[in-house]
Design a protein around this ligand. Structure first.
Ligand code: ADP
Length: 235
């Protein structure tokens, strides 16, 4: 389980995250939605130990990332720009990550199969399309077979087939009992994928609840989203 509690992050005058509190639970896909600049990446980077909070906590199974005994086996993450060395072959990239995290080498073939990159395993990363790069990132995140998966804008730049593939994958993870936290600024893409929602705007959580709770009284998730931004009211 992921727990964000009274989390704040300031960059000089900017409150990138402002007293955010929410959870993401096992067996559910939690959508972390908000416009560009809302504070989604900052929150996820703190959760993954890549940035320090100004105050508050972000934990996975009650522990901060840096206190996890086996980080890669606990949480798998796909972050923007966190990629592989372009000159490396896909399979070598995965072997390197596996080896440096003491993950059995056989797992590399499993994750390549899982993301449908077996045929491209010997290809250099620089020749990959955006969709393939995203899938390699997801394969890397899954190497340690983590129970918690965090993805920052995984559908960015993907074509409809790629988006559909990601959505199915997220649903499968949740069905396996994993905790899935996925950020997006595209409401329409998320409405039939998520169970729970957290909407953030200008660093503040403005809405959180189940999909049904959030959409209640609105025609669509998109409409609920814009209403939430307009009122800025927490539910
Ligand atoms: P999102 O992921 O929702 O698009 P971010 O978390 O990237 O939003 O950014 C939230 C706010 O914090 C924005 O105003 C952004 O400009 C600012 N910000 C993010 N990272 C930094 C940084 N390293 N230095 C200064 N400001 C930052």
């Amino acid at each position: 389980m992921i727990e964000i509690s009274h989390l704040s992050k300031r960059y000089h005058a900017t409150a990138a995250v402002d007293d955010a509190t929410f959870t993401a639970r096992p067996g559910r896909v939690t959508g972390f939605l908000g416009p560009n600049g809302a504070g989604k990446s900052t929150t996820l980077r703190i959760l993954l130990g890549l940035s320090a909070a100004t105050s508050g906590t972000a934990t996975i199974d009650g522990r901060r990332y840096r206190d996890l005994e086996h980080p890669l086996r606990t949480v798998g993450a796909l972050l923007d720009g966190a990629g592989a060395v372009p000159e490396r072959r896909a399979v070598d990239h995965l072997r390197w990550v596996a080896q440096s995290n003491r993950i059995p080498r056989a797992r590399v073939d499993e994750v390549l199969e899982l993301v449908d990159l077996t045929g491209a395993r010997r290809q250099r990363v620089r020749t990959f399309s955006l969709g393939m790069t995203q899938r390699l990132g997801i394969a890397t995140a899954l190497l340690g077979d983590p129970q918690v998966v965090v993805l920052d804008e995984p559908t960015n730049g993907l074509d409809p087939a790629g988006i559909r593939w990601i959505r199915t994958l997220l649903r499968d993870f949740a069905a396996q009992g994993r905790t899935v936290l996925v950020s997006s600024h595209q409401m329409a893409e998320m409405s039939d994928t998520v169970d729970d929602l957290v909407i953030i705007d200008r660093g503040r959580v403005v809405v959180r609840g189940t999909l049904d709770e959030v959409v209640a009284g609105h025609l669509s998730l998109e409409e609920a989203f814009f209403a939430a931004l307009a009122t800025g009211a927490a539910r």
